[in-house]
Design a protein around this ligand. Structure first.
Ligand SMILES: *Cc1c(COP(=O)(O)O)cnc(C)c1O
Length: 382
């Protein structure tokens, strides 16, 4: 058995990144400023997107988007229940109605056919989730929306560096990325709103800083006259220069991180293939580069003769950490109580919600670590 606990994720922070953050701390300007502007530009260049706004989290980005689109009571927003709770929480907070779309049983990804079944005359927005570092097939979804007055935003929290049909996610349309510490690139906490819609970008940029139209950095650069004033009541969701300095260093290493994650994931694929109780996810060919944010398996609970939570517990006893991405949103207490009619209507989501488990995967992991995980999995199942 392993002597030291292997966490399921750990950020990779270099001495250069620590020094870059230190430099900001010594500079006299630590909140949103030149480093943040540089990070926005570098991320836009990386994704090939028209514009990007750095934010304090992806959740903040979703809040700003729902606000900018004026989503509210009477509106329906289609999203999978197999997602992080933040999206659905915010939809409910705006007064709109979340409409849950089921996912493919083996990719955890939704698709145009499933979404079509959920569209009504009240549908205003669709939020597909690029799951685990693979890509949703977006083209049929965009075609389905066509000329209708329905917006699409890609939840790209897992997808920094993912390529869809040869193009980076974020390259077209509107996508929101997360830089939480478990994601492929981290700023501690942070997010990026990318879009090819200039008006929307400008609106998000203003809403993220009180609706002033400018932020503290702009005011510093441009002097205090004319006084900034509220154009629309906004929020306080800007990223700091400390975080952006870390993000710039991380972004420069993102392709290297993905390369390392890919090697580790391939080793898992090979070694787990022979274990009948373990069912890895499948990836559709539209993912031309998998960013391997997560290595998710499903436990065949019948064959294993144990439930997923026991499996996770047993791995923990053997010093192997695991994660759960995700327990379906509609199965969580608030949603069970307020939307009981949803239970039982999302068979693939519910099947996976009871069986998924994320195995350790992060750039500084070694091949021996993968072997330790596989050995522990075999022992637990034997
Ligand atoms: C992490 C995550 C988010 C939220 O990101 P934050 O930066 O923590 O707000 C949203 N959606 C998905 C699918 C995520 O995994």
């Amino acid at each position: 058995m392993r002597k030291e606990f292997l966490p399921f994720s750990r950020p990779s922070i270099s001495e250069n990144e620590i020094a870059a953050v230190g430099e900001v701390l010594r500079s006299g300007w630590i909140t949103t400023g030149a480093r943040t502007a540089e990070f926005e530009q570098a991320f836009s260049d990386y994704c090939g997107c028209q514009g990007a706004v750095a934010l304090s989290s992806a959740t903040a980005g979703m809040h700003l988007l729902l606000t900018a689109l004026g989503i509210g009571p009477g509106d329906e927003v289609i999203t999978p229940s197999m997602t992080w709770v933040s999206t659905v929480n915010l939809i409910v907070r705006t007064g709109a109605t979340p409409v849950f779309v089921d996912v493919n049983r083996d990719s955890l990804m939704t698709d145009a056919d499933r979404i079509r079944e959920c569209v009504s005359q009240n549908t205003r927005l669709i939020i597909p989730v690029h799951f685990a570092g693979a890509a949703v097939d977006m083209e049929p979804i965009n075609e389905l929306v066509g000329e209708r007055n329905i917006d699409v935003v890609e939840d790209a929290a897992h997808a920094a560096g993912t390529k869809y049909n040869g193009r980076k996610i974020g390259n077209r349309g509107t996508a929101i990325f997360s830089f939480h510490p478990i994601k492929n690139l981290t700023t501690g906490e942070g997010g990026m709103f990318c879009s090819d819609n200039d008006e929307l970008l400008q609106n998000i940029r203003s809403l993220k800083f009180h609706g002033l139209g400018v932020d503290a950095h702009d005011r510093n650069q441009q002097g205090r006259t004319p006084q900034a004033e509220v154009l629309e009541p906004g929020f306080k969701y800007n990223l700091t220069d400390m975080a952006a300095a870390l993000g710039l260093g991380q972004l420069a290493r993102l392709d290297d991180f993905i390369g390392k994650r890919t090697l580790l994931a391939e080793r898992y694929q090979q070694q787990l293939a022979e274990i009948d109780e373990i069912l890895p996810l499948t990836t559709s060919p539209c993912t031309s580069r998998h960013a391997w944010h997560l290595y998710i398996i499903r436990l065949d609970t019948d064959r294993a003769g144990m439930d997923r939570d026991t499996f996770m517990d047993e791995l923990k006893k053997r010093n192997i950490g695991t994660g759960l991405h995700f327990r379906a949103v509609h199965e969580q207490r608030y949603y069970r109580e307020t939307m009981p009619q949803v239970m039982g209507t999302l068979p693939n989501t519910e099947w996976n919600s009871a069986r998924i488990c994320s195995l350790p995967l992060f750039p500084d992991m070694t091949r021996d670590d993968v072997d330790d995980v596989v050995a522990a999995v075999k022992e637990v199942l034997s």
